[in-house]
Ligand binder design. Structure first.
Ligand code: ATP
Ligand code: MG
Length: 410
């Protein structure tokens, strides 16, 4: 019989890689909770419309990458390709705008039909944050600071660059768009077929293209900074000053755009040169137009999301497992006492390995293999005296400890 395989671009995550991924999510959650963010869990699938509206129908995600299907009732549903759409949908459908600002974080699997390669999966995990209802640049500064401290806590600040740009307000974006369209029209014949089409529907997205021929044209495209009006410039200056005050190193990258229509003002990416072409580990920006676009009124928003697997791959040191205590009984009389001790120790929060079979030598071998720091040995002698022999497995030192002092001794 043919062996059953997992679907291309999906992975079974266990052992060391799972521990690393878990650490990434734990540190991310701890960090954003210090900023007052609270976790939200939205459904893994939504009406296709939620993503199509949110991401725009010319984005790569919507045109090529979504897992869309009809359910048995004939509804068109889509496995979420990213987290913002679901959170904003929940914000609107739960009427959360009564209590602004709203600060939420999420984590979980995302699905995109992409060409699988290192750092590019069809099911992957994102951790993300969204702040709704804050218009001032202080929000932008704190969102970037939060991302930076998170990566710092993971020990990655040396391998990460913060790239930042401003797309300005609506007026600036319209001005830029006009300049860009004029420029791209002059180079129409050099563009890829996709970009030719984007030029009509959403010219900004051409700047996001990964096609070589487009990159050549993009290299000399007008700069965003030249189209920013005074308000937008002032906003951006304030964001940069805030980052300076916090001593967060950054690089203004005039070529950085986020391809989606609703982005405005600050956009940023945290990148690394250690993952080849898949160098963006965290990306985000301000999306003041999105909530309105989805029918929720004029509410400012800003958020970021990171790729948990890409970040895990950057963690060099293995994540250590907590070391257990091994409980080892000798002979049948000690069996129940050993069970009881293991049960009590576990209830008190100790990690306990209890070998189920074998002689003393075998059980000691198992204890060492589990990297136990101590063995609690129980024979008939010990039971009679109400003690256990506790062996420190690092030094070999051995002492008898009264059973009711066991927890303190360990
Ligand atoms: P890319 O340019 O690499 O395709 P993106 O702009 O599509 O990234 P976002 O939608 O901004 O990515 O998602 C945020 C983060 O999620 C990315 O920076 C990346 O770390 C991670 N990510 C995105 N797509 C994948 C994928 N297919 N596999 C693994 N991680 C991914
Ligand atoms: Mg992508």
């Amino acid at each position: 019989m043919e062996k059953i395989q997992s679907v291309r671009g999906t992975y079974d995550l266990y052992g060391e890689p799972k521990r690393k991924a878990k650490k990434v999510v734990e540190i991310a959650s701890q960090t954003v909770e210090t900023y007052g963010f609270e976790e939200i869990e939205t459904p893994i699938f939504e009406f296709t419309e939620v993503f199509a509206r949110n991401l725009g129908d010319t984005s790569d995600i919507v045109t090529k990458e979504m897992y869309t299907f009809s359910d048995r009732g004939g509804e068109s549903l889509t496995l979420r390709p990213e987290g913002t759409a679901g959170v904003v949908r929940a914000f609107i459908s739960q009427g959360m705008k009564q209590n602004l600002p709203v600060k939420l974080y999420y984590t979980g699997p995302m699905f995109r039909y992409e060409r699988p390669q290192k750092g590019r999966q069809r099911q992957f995990t994102q951790f993300g944050v969204e702040m709704l209802g804050v218009q001032s640049p202080q929000a932008d500064i704190e969102m970037i600071a939060m991302a930076y401290s998170f990566l710092q806590k993971l020990g990655l600040e040396g391998s990460i660059t913060v790239e930042i740009n401003s797309l300005g307000d609506q007026e600036s974006r319209d001005a830029y768009r006009a300049k860009l369209v004029a420029y791209l029209k002059e180079h129409f014949n050099e563009l890829s077929p996709d970009s030719k089409e984007r030029l009509n529907k959403n010219p900004l997205r051409v700047l996001d293209s990964k096609e070589e021929c487009d990159k050549v044209v993009i290299a000399d495209a007008p700069l965003y900074s030249e189209s920013l009006n005074e308000t937008s410039k002032a906003f951006f200056e304030e964001v940069l000053k805030g980052l300076d005050a916090l001593k967060i190193p950054y690089r203004v990258n005039d070529r950085l755009v986020r391809g989606l229509d609703y982005y405005s003002h600050t956009v940023f990416e945290l990148t690394t040169d250690k993952l080849g072409a898949q160098g963006t580990v965290l990306a985000g920006g301000r999306y003041d137009g999105l909530v309105a676009e989805m029918g929720g009124g004029d509410i400012a928003g800003i958020g970021w999301a990171c790729g948990v697997e890409r970040l895990s791959m950057l963690l060099g040191d293995p994540v250590p497992l907590k070391r257990p205590v091994a409980v080892i009984e000798l002979g049948d009389e000690a069996k129940n006492e050993a069970l009881k001790i293991a049960y009590d120790l576990r209830n008190a929060g100790f990690k306990v390995e209890h070998a189920y079979s074998g002689n003393l030598k075998k059980r000691m071998e198992k204890a060492n293999k589990a990297n136990a720091y101590a063995a609690v040995i129980l024979g008939s002698d010990e039971i009679q005296k109400g003690v256990a022999t506790v062996k420190n497995l690092d030094t070999g030192a051995q002492t008898q400890i009264a059973l009711n002092n066991l927890k303190e001794a360990l």
